[in-house]
Design a protein around this ligand. Structure first.
Ligand code: BG6
Length: 482
């Protein structure tokens, strides 16, 4: 059955003000997402995209820099001249230095001439977290903090709990929580949202979703790319702060949270917060860090920054006590694949035991949620091999491939999240208490591994040899590549 993927609705006229508009995030993610939303006829033609650049530039220069990124986002299809020039007509350039505030008058004049229209005025801070305070001061001084203003910021928010608290204070100096959108783009991914549908729009899985039925959960987010041109940033953060503190903890929350009463921003976030608060402090034997070979020479000096981390997470509540959540993420791994694998417990009694020649015919039930690429769900079952020869068993799969079921493309996470910002829907954004609770779990881990040099691993492999699951009677199930 083919299902229509999108429910195209025209957004209200809005101002998107991208501070750091010439940077990597803006060119690679934000602007291509806005271009797609525009191609889908969801951006109102009265909207404006105001690109704030530090260096003097003009629309022609900026748009020719942007064009290849937008082209890549639409899989190198030809962009019609008419579409590109209409999209370009929404863009305006302002030269602005957020540290000195130079240029803020021009921004203020530009934004103010439409602000009586009470249109959403979205400030997207595509800048380093150390500049967030400066940007907030600039917005305040330029009197751009209208009731309809919204602020979008990216993870990681701070580099530990205390710096996250400082950033929060700066945000609260001008905005209220309901105006702040903390992006974790994993929450905008289709399959990640589908995880909530799977759990809470069906009865089938929820009845099995606990320590009586589940043996262990594995979450792998593997990338084939290295740190590339972000090495200076990355070396300060490493995999624990860059991926675990946000994307992976959010995935754990969605797998483990209790059903909220309603699908509403605060109810969902309250339940996720409960999971974060129930995370058991980690022991030293429950974490392994690695670094791909060649990292030091990319950096030009020796470094203990981890490009791989794996750990055993335990959740201390009635539903999950005793179920290990094995989590790993790494760069320069064997394949690009993100999967959540739920392995169910063995059956209490096997009526076929006398018929089986070997234990290899005992296949646990597994639910595999493929986050990316080739998004989909698989349910692994045991079936009887057809034909004569008695009861012989083989693992079979119920396979729901989103690519096959949905003819349209799946929208990129940033498209969905930007539209939610315009619509004022915070469900898929992190609340400040969630961010702080995540740091509560992560800060001691960072201290714990600080003096342990990471184990080196060969690029293009599954990372260092496992030393965690081994001691728990489990093994990693490697996702299949793209
Ligand atoms: C970002 C991290 O948040 O997520 C990057 O900073 C990482 O290091 C990226 O590469 C992965 O995102 P995706 O959507 O490609 O899985």
């Amino acid at each position: 059955m083919n299902i229509q993927t999108s429910n195209n609705s025209l957004l209200v006229p809005s101002d998107f003000i991208i501070i750091g508009g010439g940077g990597d995030l803006s060119l690679r993610k934000i602007m291509p997402a806005l271009f797609w939303i525009f191609l889908d006829n969801q951006i109102n033609k009265e909207s404006r995209i105001i690109i704030c650049l530090r260096q003097k530039s003009n629309l022609e220069e900026f748009s020719s820099k942007l064009l290849p990124y937008c082209k890549q986002a639409i899989e190198n299809q030809t962009i019609k001249k008419k579409n590109w020039s209409e999209f370009k007509s929404l863009i305006q350039i302002v030269v602005l230095d957020v540290v000195t505030g130079e240029g803020s008058n021009n921004l203020s004049l530009l934004v103010n001439n439409k602000h009586n229209l009470k249109r959403p005025c979205i400030f997207y801070l595509a800048i380093a977290s150390s500049l967030i305070g400066h940007a907030c001061n600039m917005i305040k001084k330029a009197n751009l903090n209208f009731p309809q203003s919204r602020l979008v910021i990216e993870k990681p928010i701070g580099h530990n709990k205390s710096s996250a608290i400082t950033i929060n204070k700066k945000l609260y100096d001008i905005f209220e929580e309901h105006q702040i959108y903390r992006i974790d783009h994993y929450l905008g991914k289709e399959t990640v949202q589908n995880l909530m549908a799977l759990r809470f729009a069906n009865t089938f899985f929820e009845n099995q979703w606990d320590n009586k039925n589940i043996d262990n959960v594995q979450i792998t987010v593997a990338e084939t790319i290295g740190v590339e041109d972000r090495i200076i940033y990355y070396n300060e953060y490493g995999a624990i702060k860059d991926m675990l503190q946000n994307h992976l903890l959010q995935l754990i929350c969605l797998v483990a949270m209790e059903p909220p009463s309603y699908f509403d921003a605060d109810q969902v976030r309250n339940e996720k917060l409960r999971v974060l608060k129930a995370l058991k402090p980690l022991k030293e034997t429950e974490i392994q860090i690695g670094q791909y070979q060649g990292y030091d020479s990319e950096l030009g000096k020796s470094s203990n920054t981890e490009t791989f981390v794996s750990l055993k997470v335990c959740i201390e509540n009635w539903r999950w006590a005793g179920v290990p959540f094995y989590i790993r993420t790494g760069k320069k791994m064997i394949s690009r694949a993100s999967e959540i694998i739920i392995t169910f417990k063995k059956k209490p009694h096997d009526i076929f035991s006398k018929l089986k020649e070997s234990k290899d015919e005992d296949f646990p039930n597994r639910l595999i949620i493929r986050v990316q690429p080739k998004e989909g769900l698989k349910l692994q079952l045991t079936s009887k091999a057809p034909g004569p020869g008695g009861m012989r068993f083989f693992p079979s799969e119920l396979n729901l491939s989103f690519g096959d079921s949905f003819p349209d493309r799946l929208p990129d996470a940033y498209e969905r999240l930007l539209m939610d910002v315009v619509m004022g829907n915070q469900t898929l954004f992190m609340r400040s208490d969630e961010v702080l609770a995540a740091w509560d779990y992560i800060d001691p881990i960072v201290t714990m591994v600080k003096n342990n040099p990471p184990e080196l691993y060969v690029p293009g492999t599954a990372g260092p040899k496992d030393n965690i699951l081994l001691h728990n009677g489990h093994v990693w199930i490697d996702p299949k590549g793209d």
